[in-house]
Design a protein around this ligand. Structure first.
Ligand SMILES: [Zn+2]
Length: 245
């Protein structure tokens, strides 16, 4: 039998010298990866706002709450050059968990035109909801899925609904759902999900080309609830795997 600190040491060494063997987390260094960059801002909302702005706001909110609640080694990844660079930074800083922050769009087929503030914009009200993505090729797939379920349960308890437009069951959708109730998808080939040695998930917080959902995602109360869903999930994940900080 080993004590908690010895267990933590073993786990920490496992992250310093990554192997394909799964391990739990210990010291709660969470990499908050802000999706896209100021020079390549991702999707555009129904009202013309870049996805990167949504991601940065949510990422900063999660980071600040993590630090305030004891995970002081957590850090943001903002504006790196390339997807591999995101994982490299997370490895270099010995992150125990990587959470990539995104906001969703839909297949171009579903987009329609409308005018907002005198400009033509693209929108689709066909789909809404959050999605949580994991890779079965990730070194820590089962731990990634465990964390994804915790966040999914928190989101459902808070009243949010999963999006289904990535599912094979929907025309244009291409991905398996690992958990329909909790909104968890299998995205095997995303670099940020499959290349890191730490458990890794990508969260699409909502569909910003949906006109109602964009407004919902801009509300501080909605952001706060979603942030809580992620941060509470991180605390729960940490407690289950290695004890509180
Ligand atoms: Zn994105």
């Amino acid at each position: 039998m080993i004590g908690l600190w010895q267990f933590c040491l073993v786990v920490t060494l496992a992250f310093v010298y990554p192997t394909h063997v799964e391990a739990g987390v210990c010291d709660c260094s969470v990499a908050i990866d802000v999706g896209h960059a100021i020079f390549a801002a991702g999707a555009t909302s129904a009202r013309g706002k870049p996805e990167f702005d949504f991601n940065l706001t949510m990422g900063a909110l999660i980071h600040d709450q993590l630090v305030a609640s004891g995970f002081s080694r957590s850090f943001l990844i903002v504006n790196p050059h390339g997807l591999k660079e995101r994982v490299r930074i997370a490895e270099e800083k010995q992150a125990d968990l990587l959470v990539s922050i995104h906001h969703d769009s839909v297949q171009p087929y579903y987009l329609r035109d409308w005018e907002f503030n005198g400009k033509r914009r693209k929108y689709s009200d066909a789909f809404k909801g959050y999605s949580i993505l994991v890779s079965t090729k990730g070194f820590q797939f089962s731990k990634s899925l465990e964390f994804a379920k915790m966040v999914g349960k928190n989101f459902r308890r808070a009243g949010f609904v999963p999006a289904y437009h990535h599912s094979k069951k929907v025309p244009g959708g291409r991905h398996n759902m690992l958990d329909e109730e909790l909104g968890i998808y299998q995205f095997d080939n995303l670099a940020v999900l499959k290349n890191g040695s730490m458990p890794s998930v990508l969260i699409e917080f909502g569909v910003i080309v949906n006109r109602d959902e964009e407004l919902m995602l801009e509300q501080p109360e909605s952001r706060e609830k979603m942030m809580r869903g992620v941060v509470d999930g991180i605390h729960e994940f940490n407690a289950r795997n290695c004890g509180s900080p």
